[in-house]
Design a protein around this ligand. Structure first.
Ligand code: MG
Length: 458
């Protein structure tokens, strides 16, 4: 009955094109399974519901609400909100879990569900599999009788609580940032960021020039915050003489920076700069994923702290941070995680940390970026080979004979002395293998990718 062939189902959730694979029926089915799963796991009934600003959001939120009520859950709807805001709301409400209707950085025709567990972090691979098992074949989850139907209420305080939490970061120098009097250009891509960024920046004494602030989901550009999509923000920085430009994706867990000259900075620098600030105040381990730039190795080394790498995926980084007692972590795609606030990627948190670094060092963003140095990253995708990838990994491992080998998530080979590495891993959603290499020069990184590609079986 349910055709899931047009959906992308992975550990990071369930994604599809609106009306073409992703329908209210599909959302309802998965929301019911999620509600039944977290209810059963925690013995609690409350589920926090939030969404980004997509036009399809209210429709899917209503479908999800009905489904959650049908399995007896008490829905607390925080409305349009960044994903990190929903994660925090789950913690605050001591809820069974949270559901976010967002396709993150995907184009406007997409929507998706992100599943949050009782601690405010996403479900991991094992938990997601257990939830999906409830839907095996044409099975559906058991619905409650009329007397046990759940409830629905709205919660308008989630954004304010998120802001309060950020302003309580122990080493935050609110006055120092205020005194610096920054002018900030801001592009929220008409996503959920518009509900939190202006208030946060005004609180920090910034003069804000915003574009695409209306959270109406009519994305005026490709919504992924990467240089190719940020020309309008770059122009705004130059026009207003801003000290920095900030761009987020529609659910505001990723942050990318534009320097004072109006040049977008590579997304790897967001975490590197945020971690640099944290390490001026704290000593402790830093965690990032296997595909993130070695800028992070340099940042950690300069501060004399260990850097650990986890499998790719926010939940893997978060779990590792928890295990290592990390003081900061995240992903090279602009996802900063500060455990003082919560264990989730948080664009507003990233912005505050970078602004404080500018205030403390009195250096412009371009100089701060320069001080971190730079590497060349080359990314490729190839068709997934027929044969076993494990055999390919073993072959590559012996052939390339790298001093650093990591098999947590695909294969990562590293030559720390030469400051280069390559990571290959199968995609969770497509029949491809991603190859990503980083080195001092583009040629070196490219040749590393080529060697891997040549060694993979057909
Ligand atoms: Mg996102």
């Amino acid at each position: 009955m349910f055709d899931t062939s047009r959906l992308m189902i992975s550990v990071s959730g369930l994604r599809g094109r609106v009306g073409d694979g992703l329908t209210p029926e599909v959302v309802s089915r998965y929301a019911a399974a999620f509600g039944a799963y977290v209810r059963n796991e925690t013995g609690k009934l409350t589920v926090v519901l939030g969404r980004d600003s997509r036009v399809s959001g209210p429709m899917f939120a209503r479908a999800a609400t009905a489904a959650l009520e049908s399995v007896g859950c008490e829905v607390v709807d925080v409305g349009i909100a960044p994903t990190p805001t929903v994660q925090l709301a789950v913690e605050d409400a001591e809820a069974a879990g949270g559901l976010v209707v967002t396709a993150s950085h995907n184009p406007v025709e997409w929507n998706a569900l992100k599943f949050i567990g009782p601690t405010g972090t996403f479900l991991d691979a094992k938990e997601t599999a257990a939830m999906h098992a409830l839907l095996e074949g044409d099975r559906d989850v058991a619905r409650v009788q009329w007397k046990e139907i759940g409830s629905y209420r709205q919660d308008e305080g989630a954004i304010d609580r998120h802001l309060e939490r950020i302003l309580r970061i122990p080493f935050l120098d609110r006055e120092g940032i205020r005194r610096a009097g920054f002018t900030v250009a801001l592009d929220c891509v008409r996503g959920a960021g518009g509900t939190i960024f202006p208030q946060l920046l005004e609180d920090l004494g910034c003069t804000v020039h915003g574009i695409n602030m209306e959270p109406d989901g009519l994305f005026p550009r490709a919504p992924e915050p990467v240089k190719a999509n940020l020309a309008e923000l770059e122009a705004l920085v130059r026009e207003k003489g801003a000290d920095i430009g900030l761009a987020t994706d529609p659910d505001s867990d990723r942050l990318v920076l534009v320097d004072e000259k109006g040049e977008a900075v590579g997304e790897d620098y967001t975490l590197a700069l945020a971690a640099t600030l944290v390490l001026r105040h704290r000593q402790g381990p830093v965690v990032t994923n296997l595909s993130t730039s070695r800028l992070m190795d340099d940042v950690a080394e300069r501060a004399g702290v260990p850097l650990m790498r986890s499998a790719v995926g926010e939940i893997n980084v978060a779990r590792r941070m928890q295990a290592e007692n990390a003081i900061v972590g995240g992903e090279g795609n602009g996802g900063v995680i500060l455990p003082d606030v919560h264990l989730g990627r948080d664009a507003p948190v990233g912005a505050v940390l970078v602004l404080q670094l500018m205030a403390e060092t009195r250096l412009p963003i371009s100089r701060l970026v320069e001080s971190l140095g730079s590497y060349a990253i080359v990314k490729e995708k190839v068709d997934r080979p027929q044969g076993s990838l494990d055999e390919a990994y073993a072959l590559l491992e012996s052939e390339l004979d790298a001093p650093g080998v990591d098999r947590q998530d695909g294969l990562r080979l590293e030559w720390p002395e030469e400051k280069r590495w390559v990571h290959l891993r199968p995609s969770g959603t497509e029949p491809i293998v991603r190859i990503i290499a980083e080195a001092a020069t583009r040629e070196e990184a490219k040749s590393l990718v080529e060697r891997i590609r040549a060694a993979l079986p057909a």
